[in-house]
Design a protein around this ligand. Structure first.
Ligand SMILES: [Zn+2]
Ligand SMILES: [Zn+2]
Ligand SMILES: [Zn+2]
Ligand SMILES: [Zn+2]
Ligand SMILES: [Zn+2]
Ligand SMILES: [Zn+2]
Length: 169
């Protein structure tokens, strides 16, 4: 408490003293504010909050949004329908926005069979007599970039032995 306020008492503007900055729990200037999953009243002077509630969403279908009837916050909500012949794709009947939701088992969708070039379940297979390549157990994709020929295998093996001889592991 400042010296002036000590003698004269605080000079309150709502919940806050304009002279020394002291706060009191009355006279707040509450404003309704949307904040992530909630809306609540927040004092614009001291930041005190009250009446925290979940949003009261109202779907405005023709605009593809939901709007909170209290704080006015909006979020997207579409009228999705599954696209014929594409079991993993849904399309909004109003604005045309598409979402795709595959059920991936590694590289392959278990619902529609689509394959993506990631999370393959690689195994090494021998091709011909001496070449080894990686092949995906699930979709059969082949990774030739890591193809190892017999000559290279021999060279690696020799290098390994040399390193062991020299004590490098
Ligand atoms: Zn004061
Ligand atoms: Zn306040
Ligand atoms: Zn709200
Ligand atoms: Zn939409
Ligand atoms: Zn799919
Ligand atoms: Zn695969």
């Amino acid at each position: 408490m400042g010296l002036t306020c000590n003698m004269l008492g605080h000079k309150w503007d709502g919940c806050k003293c304009t002279r020394c900055g002291a706060k009191r729990d009355e006279g707040h200037h509450y404003e309704l504010i949307g904040y992530y999953d909630f809306c609540q009243e927040v004092c614009s002077v001291c930041g005190d909050t009250r009446n925290r509630k979940e949003h009261d969403w109202e779907w405005i279908q023709e605009e593809c949004i939901e709007k909170c009837t209290r704080c006015g916050m909006t979020r997207e909500r579409h009228s999705y329908k599954t696209v014929e012949g594409q079991p993993c794709t849904k399309k909004c009947t109003v604005c045309g926005k598409e979402i795709t939701n595959h059920k991936w088992n590694g590289c392959t969708c278990t619902v529609c069979g689509e394959v993506r070039d990631m999370e393959h379940d690689w195994e090494w297979i021998s091709e011909g007599n001496y070449t080894r390549i990686r092949r995906c157990k699930i979709c059969g994709a082949r990774d030739e970039s890591l193809k190892v020929t017999f000559e290279e295998m021999e060279r690696k093996r020799t290098e390994t032995y040399q390193n062991m001889d020299e004590g490098i592991y």
